[in-house]
Design a protein around this ligand. Structure first.
Ligand code: AMP
Length: 194
């Protein structure tokens, strides 16, 4: 069982690349953003709380998202080759908790595939996505800006964290979907052959 993280700022293409990877490598896609949006649709207690946070472009608390990830990983599907985590971890605390969780299973994060894009491209991509998907947090410029600030402050430090662990693989996120996907496949094929 492999554990991959698809990493990058909002609008980097994590969801798009995840869908392609799921198909090609038979992985289970776990997106904390999607899970939270499902809770919002259900209007559950968690959903109501999450909506107020997401609409501001802030992060839901670490314990809540970790519990969501834990449930998904333990609802282990034997018919997949691994997991692709999208939008998680987003803080150092989440990364440490994930390492502990995988360690308890005798596993590790096999690769952090990082889609690298500049802030101006990020903004353009999010604004384009707002026209296609009905995401409240994509529509308001202030929310977009806050998500970018949150990314730089809370999530970007993970780059150093994973670089030090030696499992950080950067990919140019500003190329076409196909070129980005080819670059990611090369990384995964190499890991699968090790
Ligand atoms: P995403 O779809 O990954 O862009 O996530 C949408 C929003 O959900 C984020 O802006 C956060 O408010 C929240 N969220 C998703 N994943 C996490 C996470 N790992 N930790 C905290 N908040 C999260």
């Amino acid at each position: 069982m492999k554990y991959y993280i698809i990493f990058g700022p909002p609008g980097a293409g994590k969801g798009t690349q995840s869908s392609l990877l799921v198909e090609k490598y038979c992985l289970k896609h776990i997106s904390t953003g999607d899970l939270l949006r499902k809770e919002i649709e259900k209007k559950s207690e968690l959903g109501i709380l999450a909506k107020s946070i997401i609409d501001k472009g802030c992060l839901v608390d670490d314990a809540t998202v970790l519990e969501m990830i834990r449930k998904e990983i333990f609802a282990n599907k034997p018919d997949v080759n691994g997991f692709i985590l999208d939008g998680f971890p987003r803080t150092i605390e989440q990364a440490i908790s994930l390492d502990k969780l995988l360690e308890s299973l005798g596993r590790k994060v096999d690769a952090v595939i990082a889609l690298e894009i500049d802030d101006d491209v990020m903004i353009k991509r999010i604004q384009h996505r707002a026209k296609i998907e009905d995401r409240v947090d994509d529509m308001d410029f202030e929310t977009i800006q806050n998500r970018i600030i949150t990314y730089h402050k809370k999530t970007e430090p993970l780059i150093k964290y994973y670089k030090e662990k030696g499992n950080y693989f950067p990919v140019n996120g500003e190329t076409s979907i196909e070129d980005g996907f080819n670059d990611i496949c090369q990384i995964i094929n190499k890991i699968n052959n090790e």
